[in-house]
Design a protein around this ligand. Structure first.
Ligand SMILES: [Zn+2]
Length: 322
């Protein structure tokens, strides 16, 4: 059973919108593109694991995805959590390709890729152990159940090569094609249930309810950018330019002749992600590069906005704050 699904993180949505609208001439372009690439890769690695778990484990475990819980004055985040009446498994997901060397001496992970570029990261095994101990503390304050906890790191990219000299990693770090065997191996240590299925479902509900989504950030400000740095206009998904024109209710690309009715959806979504959660007719007209307020109004009326204020103070907001 899936007790909490994974949503595309807001930060990733913001990076995607920014990368789309930041021109190549901007000095921050490479930094933004790399940050977007990394976050996207991590997210799609998690989604790849989700699909396998839906097929093989959803009938047996209660699964929660992308959980962020408060502990003391901070938060901790878990990629995937498996609950069963016998134990709880904390899973950390990595999606690197290339060579991964895990060093037990200094608890570091070295990622080597493309022409011997090497980057050092914190040891993912240490990371997942820390998440496990924070979850234990959280559970002591929020549940009467006393379930044993365990952990696993899964590398989801088929193009990864993992190396380590330490047996400590063998049983708790694996590739995607090994995860079922590893979980079966871990299950053997916890054969005796200490909770009922009903108690596990109720615990999953409490965890899902206490999940705190990542706080919103002003992504332009984060990268020292302003509204003037980003491209306005309606993006053509076929050829990539931002000059689609609205003709008789249809967006037409002058460059590749692509025609679509819905191109403004992405523009409006980009506006909310990058600039402001309140949209006026004037702001939208400028962002869509439309000359006519009445055409802008027709676009507005085609959307399911929440309307606040009246007359000149009228603003439009996304429903459900999405
Ligand atoms: Zn085009």
């Amino acid at each position: 059973m899936i007790a909490k699904e994974r949503e595309m993180p807001l930060r990733l949505q913001k990076l995607e919108a920014l990368d789309r609208r930041l021109p190549h001439s901007n000095p921050m372009k490479a930094v933004v593109t790399e940050a977007y690439r990394k976050r996207k890769s991590g997210y799609y690695g998690e989604v790849a694991l989700d699909k396998h778990m839906d097929t093989y484990l959803a009938h047996q475990y209660t699964i929660l995805r992308n959980i962020r819980l408060p502990v003391r004055d901070s938060f901790f985040q878990i990629d995937t959590l498996l609950l069963s009446p016998a134990f709880i498994l904390v899973i950390e997901v990595k999606n690197h390709s290339g060579n991964i060397a895990l060093d037990p001496k200094y608890n570091q992970m070295t990622h080597t890729y493309q022409q011997n570029t090497a980057i050092n990261y914190n040891d993912p095994l240490l990371q997942v152990k820390l998440q496990q101990s924070l979850l234990k503390e959280w559970l002591q304050n929020h549940s009467k159940l006393s379930l044993p906890l365990d952990h696993l790191v899964i590398f989801t990219n088929p193009a990864v090569h993992i190396e380590t000299s330490s047996p400590a990693y063998y049983s708790r770090v694996c590739r995607l094609n090994q995860f079922l065997d590893k979980i079966t191996y871990i299950e053997k240590s916890y054969s005796k249930p200490t909770a009922t299925s009903k108690e596990i479902k109720s615990l999953a509900k409490i965890i899902a309810k206490r999940h705190c989504p990542e706080s919103e950030i002003d992504i332009l400000n984060y990268y020292n950018l302003s509204e003037d740095n980003i491209l306005k206009g309606v993006h053509c998904t076929e050829c990539g330019n931002f000059h689609m024109k609205r003709v008789a209710g249809i967006w037409c690309c002058p460059a590749c002749k692509n025609r679509t009715k819905d191109a403004h959806f992405q523009v409006i979504s980009d506006y909310f992600l990058l600039i402001n959660s309140n949209l006026s007719n004037k702001c939208l007209r400028e962002f869509l590069c439309l000359s006519s307020p009445s055409t802008t109004l027709r676009v507005i009326h085609s959307m399911d906005f929440v309307v606040v204020g009246k007359n000149k103070g009228r603003r439009y907001q996304q429903r459900n704050n999405k």
